[in-house]
Design a protein around this ligand. Structure first.
Ligand code: FES
Length: 179
């Protein structure tokens, strides 16, 4: 009668178990990695979006009239996944002095229409639902839940630069939603 080598069998059993543990561990890590890719990409995407934000040149400060809001065009440059795109934007600029300038987003904080300066009434008026704002962006009347949104700006060597941003509409708080 053949003798069973119990020591050899248990060694084989042990190495088979080790093999399965190793395989299942590797598989779990691989699945976790695959599932984690969108999260990592979204985090990196947000970081790169912030990094890619660039100030755009608006105009020379000396060319802006005092206390007469002007709508100025500019271009924003965005780089997403190595693709560079240029988008036209505009903003309302109010100069009180060479060092006191406000730049407003041209988007109405009510529901996102574009408002305009009415030079006769000296007010910003949104044609969609008649929200009215004064020269400082304060709501005078209408359904707008907050005043006009200011954009970050910088004056450097006599030039005015702006940072393009978008904000949530229809709420009292000014919350950035990206570009
Ligand atoms: S979108 Fe401007 S008032 Fe409604």
């Amino acid at each position: 009668m053949a003798e069973i080598d119990t020591e050899n069998v248990s060694k084989k059993e042990l190495s088979r178990r080790k093999f399965f543990i190793l395989i299942s561990g590797t598989l779990s890590s691989f699945i976790a990695f695959i599932l984690g890719i969108p999260l990592i990409a979204s985090i990196l995407g947000t970081v790169s979006k912030v990094k890619n934000k660039k100030l755009s040149k608006l105009t020379r400060v000396s060319t802006i009239p005092i206390l007469k809001p002007v709508n100025l065009n500019f271009a924003t440059t965005k780089t997403d996944a190595f693709i560079k795109s240029v988008e036209p934007q505009d903003a309302w600029v109010i100069k009180r002095s060479n060092s006191d300038i406000t730049v407003f987003s041209p988007i109405c904080p009510h529901l996102g229409c574009r408002y305009a300066w009415n030079s006769n009434q000296k007010l910003f008026i949104c044609p969609c639902h008649n929200s009215v704002f004064d020269i400082n962006g304060k709501v005078i009347s209408g359904p707008a839940p907050r005043g006009l949104d200011t954009l970050p700006k910088k004056i450097q060597q006599g030039e005015l630069f702006v940072l393009w941003e978008r904000f949530k509409v229809g709420i009292p708080q000014k919350i950035e939603v990206g570009d």
